[in-house]
Design a protein around this ligand. Structure first.
Ligand code: BLG
Length: 478
């Protein structure tokens, strides 16, 4: 009898196992499903550090990285936009997206319910205050002013930890509707005293809000990563590990980082403040000239405006010691070549400068792709095409990649050192200048592009930011 029962049980178990194996092998895993649907759905937020649309198209650090992962899988990227962090978590939980790519810090609380990918960037949490306002020196000082942050954020988690363990008097307000741009704007306008944002967000937005500064770091280095919903099927997660491993070795990660963060830090407080003031005062007067010249030459008008600001602070009568003149600072020789007879005439100068940079961009070898192509054309505009070519040659000789601005910008400064320039075709050049030149223009361009961005407009518009949103006050624990 026992024997019979035993046999029955083993047989049933084997049968069940077979059914499981068969159905298991029939049901496609996450990666197979994504491939058969032809799309990867990723949830993110609309912000300068993640994903935004400007007039040229869709971009952002997270967007570019997710796009590269979609390419790796051979599918289209579909972006699902969440307005708040809780909305973002919600769509993860409901599995409406394969993962979240949204400047998310790996934290203990989040680690309990999501699975984080390989980290791709380190940040610190920073306390931001307004210059001339109350400057907190340490966490205890935060209780002296109004501190506002985003709910469900890593910042909220950190403040709660501090309140529980060291600073029970800590109090703050939080709302799901706030994100870093809005919070920094509120501190900048004096509506509130402090906020907490991630260092990469501060770095990116600092030029936009020159009257803001970092009071102190609230944390040490923390990692940003993609968040995958917990699931028994980890095929996509494992594929992301392969992707990140490749992205480390083939340079993709450093390229994307360079593209969005490489030029930051160039603009100091005075520079940013000046840019803001001049934009308000002068840009209206010339924007039509920039737009006209841009459309004639297939360029973005904001690039021309950024160049002209870097060249002359939008002063048509500008002149350098070397006799270079006008809004786009044409040399006498280049002006002649371009048929510009009056360099002090804003229209002639802008049209000439636009035609010249467009020509340089065309002249570069085809294997140099955007945006590096534009950055190199700018460098050539400033230092001369010949010197730029020399720097590219130096990069090649040294095992660098001459199609990447990230590499070429390291070799340009060598053109001022004899041991390097003596072997080049065009010899000595003040090679550091075009590097600073390009970085500044990129910075100005970012600011002008954000001013113009249909999506980010809302966030930058102070009328949309009021402390009437869904605010929760976190009281002290005394
Ligand atoms: C650029 C020319 C390039 C020229 C290089 O100089 O001027 N660009 C324009 O005229 C638009 O054509 O290249 S070359 O023709 O191949 O030799 C090199 O000679 C201008 C630069 C020079 C710079 N600003 C546009 O960026 C300038 O004004 N330097 C002077 C600085 S200082 O204040 O006098 O020290």
């Amino acid at each position: 009898m026992f024997k019979f029962i035993f046999r029955f049980i083993t047989r049933s178990a084997i049968a069940a196992l077979c059914v499981l194996t068969i159905t298991g092998s029939v049901r496609p895993n996450a990666v197979e499903q994504i491939r058969s649907q032809g799309e990867l759905i990723v949830v993110t937020r609309n912000s300068p550090t993640t994903y935004f649309e400007d007039n040229i198209g869709t971009t952002g650090y997270e967007y570019e990285l997710a796009k590269a992962f979609a390419d790796h899988l051979g599918v289209e990227l579909v972006i699902k936009q969440a307005d708040t962090l809780s909305e973002l978590y919600d769509s993860l939980e409901r599995k409406q997206a394969s993962f979240a790519a949204a400047n998310l810090t790996i934290t203990d609380a989040r680690n309990k319910w999501v699975r984080f990918s390989t980290p791709y960037m380190n940040v610190t949490q920073q306390v931001v205050y307004r210059r001339g306002g109350m400057k907190p020196k340490e966490v205890f000082d935060l209780a002296k002013g109004q501190l506002v942050i985003a709910s469900d954020s890593s910042h909220s988690e950190k403040l709660r930890q501090l309140q529980n363990n060291q600073v029970p008097e800590l109090t703050w307000s939080e709302s799901p509707d706030f994100e870093s741009v809005g919070l920094m704007q509120m501190v900048a306008t004096g509506e509130v005293d402090f906020t907490v944002v991630d260092s990469n967000e501060f770095e990116m937005l600092q030029a936009y809000y020159p009257n803001l500064a970092v009071a102190f770091d609230l944390t040490g280095a923390q990692s940003l990563a993609w968040a995958f919903p917990q699931s028994r099927d980890d095929s996509l997660f494992r594929e992301s590990e392969v992707f990140f491993r490749n992205a480390q070795t083939n340079g993709l990660l450093s390229e994307v980082r360079e593209r969005f963060y490489g030029h930051l830090g160039q603009l100091n407080y005075v520079g940013a403040k000046h840019f803001q003031r001049q934009t308000a005062r002068k840009l209206d007067k010339y924007d039509e000239l920039f737009q006209h010249a841009a459309s004639k030459n297939g360029l973005d008008w904001r690039l021309l405006a950024a160049m002209s600001y870097q060249e002359s602070y939008w002063n048509p009568k500008a002149r350098s010691f070397t006799g270079v003149r006008g809004m786009m600072m044409l040399t006498r020789r280049t002006a002649k070549e371009l048929g510009v007879n009056n360099r002090l005439d804003p229209k002639q100068s802008i049209d000439g400068g636009a035609a010249y940079v467009a020509k340089l961009r065309k002249r570069l070898p085809e294997r140099i792709q955007e945006p590096d192509r534009t950055w190199m054309a700018l460098a050539a505009y400033n230092v001369g095409y010949g010197h730029l070519t020399d720097a590219r040659q130096l990069a090649i000789k040294d095992g660098g990649d001459d199609t990447l601005w990230m590499d070429v910008k390291d070799y340009l400064p060598l053109l001022s050192q004899k041991q390097h320039y003596k072997n080049t075709r065009h010899g000595y050049a003040r090679g550091n200048e075009p590097v600073v030149y390009v970085q500044n223009i990129r910075r100005y361009f970012d600011i002008l592009a954000w001013n113009d961005s249909p999506n980010l407009d809302m966030a930058f518009d102070s009328e949309n930011l009021q402390l009437t949103a869904d605010i929760r006050v976190i009281p002290p624990r005394l």
